[in-house]
Every structure is written in C-alpha cells, then in structure tokens.
Design a binder for this molecule. Structure first.
Ligand code: HEC
Length: 259
C-alpha cells in the first residue's frame, strides 16, 4: 500500500518540478540569434556515415569524443575494414576511444580554452530555443569574417567564439551586414544578412546538407541508444498510467468509509 502512494507522490513531484524548470529554460534563451531547425536524419544511415567521416576529418583534430569507440561505428552500418581504412588515424586501433591528439597545453596556448569533448554536445546544447541539433546546425552555418578576432572569425550564434571556422573551405568566406531599425523611437543596429566574400567549394544547399549530416552524427553520438530509449519510453509511460490508475483507485477505496 505504502509503495503505491509513495510512487504516486514521486510522480506528482516530478511533474511539478518539470513544470517549474521549463519556463526558466525558455527565458534563458530569449533574444538570441534565431535557430534554424536541423533536418532530421537520425534514421538515415548514409547521412550518419557521412557525418562520422566529416567529424573525423574536421573536428577530431581538436575535440575528443571520449565516450565513443571507433568500433561503435558498426552500429551505423560500417564494417571493421571500412572504419579502419577510412576513419582511423594510423596510430589508432578499432577499439580505441575517439581521442584528439591535441594536448590541453597546446589548446590553451593556441585558443585560450580547451575545446570541449563533443560526445554529448547535442544534448548539452538543447534548450528552450530549440534542440541541441538546431543549435549545432545554426552554429556551424553562422561563421563570418571578423578581423578584430584573434582567429579572424566570429559567429552569430556563439559571439566571440575561440574556435575558427574549420569548414570555411566548404562554405567560403562570408561577412555580416547589419541594418538600422527604428522601433518606438529607438534606433538600433540589427543583423540583416550574410554576404559571400569568397565562395567555397560547395553551394549553399550542398553546404547545408553536409552540416545536416554532421549534426545528425553528433546527435546520434550523444545518444547512440536513443531509438531503443524511445521504444522503452512508450512502455514506461504505459506503466506509469497503470500505476496512477491504481493509486487513484486505492485512494478512493481508502477514503470510502471515512466519508
Ligand atoms: C582548430 C581546433 C578546432 C577544430 C578543428 C574544431 N573545433 Fe570546435 N571548438 C574549438 C575551441 C577552441 C572551442 C571553444 C570555443 C570557446 O569556448 O570560445 C570549440 C567549441 C566548439 C563548440 C561549442 C561547445 C560548447 O560547449 O559551447 C562546438 C559545438 C564545436 N566546437 C564543434 C566543433 C565541430 C562540430 C567541429 C568539426 C566540424 C569542430 N568543433 C572543430 C576548436 C576547434
């Protein structure tokens, strides 16, 4: 008996806590650069494989993903042979964790900060303004040239970021145009558009698609079991409804004789 009423209390408490935390998350993100929704490629194996390749080629120089082993990429339909010949650095083995060769000391000296581990970055960046994937998708497409920065780059989503635009050869070099607006008698300068200074190897649509693949991979990596988790979630919800129903029936039968 006790068990049921405690579980029920726990359920109610969790709901109350979630309701209290949600608005705080939404408020924290107001006024930021608007996020573009990342295309959902979570079940697209070709996209995830391409994303893994982009990650190894362009990100692993500086960032680790130390919750991931290369061998895990088999879950994306890659064979050992493919992983070894296309994705592994010569010095690494298939069972190794995805570690960067950049030392903390060099990172500090070059960038002033250590590039964070990206294993769960898609979850870490999720907020009221959009999913972590939306943040990443917009971030990697919002770099612009800024000569006042030590790297020569700046970013609309992450102002004064210490990371250079590592995909610039693909996207090209862009600048930002602002416009003056007047609202309620107040003048301000707001973002108007990006303008291409030097085109990259890819068209805008192609670049967006590559970034979408990379983000799908980062998202997958942050939760490789998420498809299983979603299936489990349905059962958990069913179980909770059964539990709530029982708690409600028990509660009425307790109080029946008191009235
Ligand atoms: C040349 C080194 C370098 C490379 C290559 C690099 N990054 Fe970074 N990255 C950094 C640094 C340094 C930071 C920290 C920026 C800061 O805090 O200002 C960073 C920060 C980030 C962040 C923000 C993390 C946070 O917690 O806010 C993300 C996301 C990110 N990088 C993704 C990537 C992806 C994806 C790639 C591959 C396309 C990549 N990076 C390649 C150096 C690099």
């Amino acid at each position: 008996m006790k068990l049921f009423s405690n579980s029920f209390k726990y359920l109610v408490n969790s709901i109350i806590v979630s309701l209290m935390v949600l608005p705080a998350l939404v408020i924290a993100n107001e006024g930021g650069f608007p996020l573009d929704p990342a295309p959902d490629r979570s079940n697209n194996m070709a996209a995830l494989q391409n994303g893994a390749k982009l990650f190894v080629n362009y990100c692993l120089n500086c960032h680790s993903a130390s919750a991931m082993r290369y061998s895990r990429l088999q879950d994306l339909g890659l064979t050992d042979g493919q992983i070894k010949s296309n994705l592994l650095l010569a010095s690494d083995k298939i069972g190794d964790l995805m570690k960067t060769n950049l030392s903390d000391k060099d990172a500090k000296a070059w960038f002033g900060v250590t590039p964070p581990d990206l294993s769960v970055i898609a979850r870490a960046k999720s907020s009221g303004a959009g999913s972590g994937a939306d943040w990443l998708y917009t971030y990697l497409r919002s770099y612009y040239k800024d000569d006042s920065r030590p790297t020569g780059w700046n970013n609309m989503v992450f102002p004064d970021v210490a990371m250079p635009h590592v995909l610039w050869e693909l996207q090209g070099i862009r600048s930002v145009k602002y416009e003056d607006v007047e609202e309620h008698g107040k003048k301000s300068r707001v973002f108007s558009k990006f303008e291409t200074i030097i085109p990259g190897k890819l068209s805008e649509a192609e670049y967006n698609s590559e970034v979408a693949d990379l983000v799908a991979y980062l998202n997958w990596m942050s939760e490789p079991v998420q498809n299983t988790r979603k299936r489990l979630g349905v059962w958990v919800l069913l179980w909770l409804s059964v539990l709530s129903f029982l708690a409600w029936r028990l509660n009425s039968s307790y109080w029946k004789d008191v009235k």
